[in-house]
Write a protein that binds this ligand. Structure first.
Ligand SMILES: [Zn+2]
Length: 233
């Protein structure tokens, strides 16, 4: 079966980097069932990809994201498992194109795999990052059990208490996660409330803890985002 990855080494590399990280998330025990999600802004796009017809109708994002006009993303599919994404990335994830109106997306390859339920928050983050001129291209969300457990202690929800504790315990965390760990109070997964609270904290942090839920990291690429979560956990 043909794939959009055929004869596209750069795109193939980016998709398989996502697959590699998906495997790590599963091995770490941070990705129960379909837990977690990854999206990457795909940088290498050729004219042929631009001409690809959508696999179905345009789907509303739920908000308008002006910096994402005609942008392309590789996204983990909703209800798909990280451990399956690791082995078969194009069957458990898909490439989407944001429409000209910046409010819809179309799936273009390889299969009509609907993106993660956290797509709106991920795309809001990508939009925000591009808007402020950042070169960050990856958003990784996962469920590191030990870190999540700490958010059940109200003391750790105060600004930078957890950051300072982690920095004092593990020196590498200060070196490799110099902006620390931001805390986002509990909000419904997949909600714009959670997305907007996250955007605000992206000003100060690259890694954010969603209280009693999981961690969300942004980075230049998927490996860098993973490394920050890995160092903190
Ligand atoms: Zn989650």
């Amino acid at each position: 079966m043909s794939s959009i990855l055929d004869n596209r080494p750069e795109l193939t590399k980016q998709v398989w980097e996502v697959a590699e990280v998906a495997g790590y998330l599963w091995q770490k025990g941070w990705a129960e069932r379909n837990g977690g999600n990854i999206t990457v802004n795909i940088t290498v796009i050729d004219d042929e990809i631009r001409k690809l017809p959508p696999l179905g109708r345009a789907i509303s994002i739920g908000r308008t994201l002006p910096y994402l006009k005609n942008a392309y993303f590789f996204c983990k599919g909703t209800n798909k498992r990280m451990r399956d994404l690791a082995r078969y990335p194009m069957e458990n994830g898909s490439i989407i194109r944001i429409s000209k109106d910046c409010a819809h997306y179309e799936i273009i390859a390889d299969q009509a795999v609907k993106p993660t339920s956290e797509l709106a928050s991920h795309l809001s983050m990508h939009n925000h990052l591009i808007g402020k001129g950042s070169n960050y291209k990856a958003v990784v969300h996962t469920h590191p059990i030990d870190l999540i457990a700490m958010t059940h202690n109200p003391e750790f929800l105060k600004k930078d208490v957890l950051t300072n504790l982690l920095w004092s315990m593990i020196p590498e965390t200060r070196a490799f996660c110099p902006r620390g760990l931001g805390i986002i109070p509990y909000a419904l997964p997949g909600s714009f409330e959670l997305a907007d609270a996250t955007l605000k904290e992206l000003e100060d942090y690259d890694v954010l803890m969603w209280e009693k839920h999981g961690v969300c990291a942004v980075g230049e690429n998927v490996m860098e985002a993973f490394d920050m979560i890995d160092t903190l956990s």
